[in-house]
Design a protein around this ligand. Structure first.
Ligand SMILES: NC(=O)c1ccc[n+]([C@@H]2O[C@H](COP(=O)([O-])OP(=O)(O)OC[C@H]3O[C@@H](n4cnc5c(N)ncnc54)[C@H](OP(=O)(O)O)[C@@H]3O)[C@@H](O)[C@H]2O)c1
Length: 319
């Protein structure tokens, strides 16, 4: 099955996820969707110092939004802020230093943020593909801690703040790579498998899609979406997938093309009219499963994901 899934997925990727895939999809975009002014609205973007996150931040800054850039490295974050401010002239850009693999730090950050700011749109963009099994200081597997648990805690902690605002949205930058994985809640920390970073990452990205669907069912006042940026030329792709990068470098999307659907989901009135909880690619909701790939999970498995994340997250919540 994994051979079948990987092959079908790669062929799909060559057609749709590449720059040429973007070029053909973008012929159907409605340019007016992004001709909006979002002055007065507040956006948080994790991993905003490079790649898709930075490109998203730049586009939102051009449209007047207040930006909260959440990054783990102070120097890289300050450099990105300087560049975005210079390019867009937007002065309402704020930096927050946070490691998304540190669950206690995320709870503390969110509590402080809630007391000081408002938030209309949360963009969970920070992500990693660590190719060896590495543990955080808390003993958590690093991909899981960053991609799944970090996203879960930040979003959960900020939901009450989002609920207070007009047209609140949560966007998760997932990946089409999740299509090759069926949700597996039996081994969230990859303790009992031969570790394969690509597959662990894909499993985390599947978990993000399931989380998006589950949150949308419960929090009706907030618009949730997950998305795939396509294959974009970013530092993460170069460093975590060097062979893929070498093979595909002439076919990859630009960072701005990868960010296009994130921006569309974050600012356009058109996106808010879509059903909450869907998975998007090139401004369109798309299936979360490949044909005949047997990746559907049961409601029990999906509930178990939420329950396990909730229990784990509570262990790190400051009292
Ligand atoms: N590029 C693609 O083709 C592609 C395809 C599918 C999905 N995605 C997703 O797109 C998102 C953005 O990735 P990208 O491709 O734009 O790569 P990128 O330029 O390397 O951006 C990743 C961002 O996440 C940050 N980050 C990673 N771990 C973090 C942590 N523990 N705490 C805080 N920030 C952390 C990175 O910070 P540092 O700069 O400090 O490392 C960086 O700002 C990711 O979620 C990725 O999975 C990308």
């Amino acid at each position: 099955m994994s051979w079948y899934r990987n092959t079908v997925w790669f062929l799909k990727g060559l057609r749709e996820y590449t720059r040429s895939g973007y070029d053909s999809a973008s012929k159907h975009f409605v340019p007016a969707d992004l001709e909006v002014n979002v002055t007065g609205r507040s956006f948080m973007i994790t991993g905003a110092n490079s790649g898709i996150g930075k490109a998203t931040a730049t586009e939102i800054a051009k449209r007047g939004g207040t930006l909260h850039l959440v990054c783990r490295n102070k120097e890289r974050a300050e450099e990105a802020k300087r560049e975005i401010t210079t390019e867009t002239g937007n002065q309402n850009i704020f930096l927050h230093i946070l490691d998304m693999s540190n669950p206690k730090g995320i709870w503390e950050f969110a509590e402080k943020f809630k007391a000081e700011h408002k938030l209309n749109v949360l963009i969970n963009n920070a992500g990693c593909m660590v190719n060896k099994r590495e543990l955080t200081e808390d003993g958590l597997e690093k991909n899981f801690a960053t991609n799944t648990l970090g996203t879960y805690i930040l979003t959960t902690a900020l939901l009450p703040l989002l609920e207070k605002e007009d047209d609140p949205r949560v966007i998760i930058v997932s990946s089409g790579g999740m299509l090759v994985q069926k949700l597996d809640v039996s081994d969230l920390q990859s303790e009992n498998i031969t570790f394969d970073g690509t597959m662990v990452y894909a499993q985390n990205k599947r978990q993000q899609v399931v989380l998006t669907e589950q949150w949308a069912k419960v929090h009706k006042n907030i618009h949730f979406s997950a998305m795939h940026p396509g294959w974009a030329d970013t530092p993460a792709v170069r460093s975590a997938m060097p062979e893929f990068y070498e093979k595909m470098k002439n076919k990859l999307r630009t960072e701005a093309q990868g960010a296009d659907t994130v921006v569309w989901l974050a600012v356009s009135p058109a996106a808010a009219k879509q059903t909450s909880g869907l998975f998007f690619q090139d401004r369109q909701p798309v299936s979360t499963h490949l044909l005949l790939a047997r990746t559907y999970s049961s409601p029990e498995e999906e509930e178990k994901l939420i329950k396990t994340l909730e229990e784990l997250s509570q262990k790190f919540k400051p009292t």
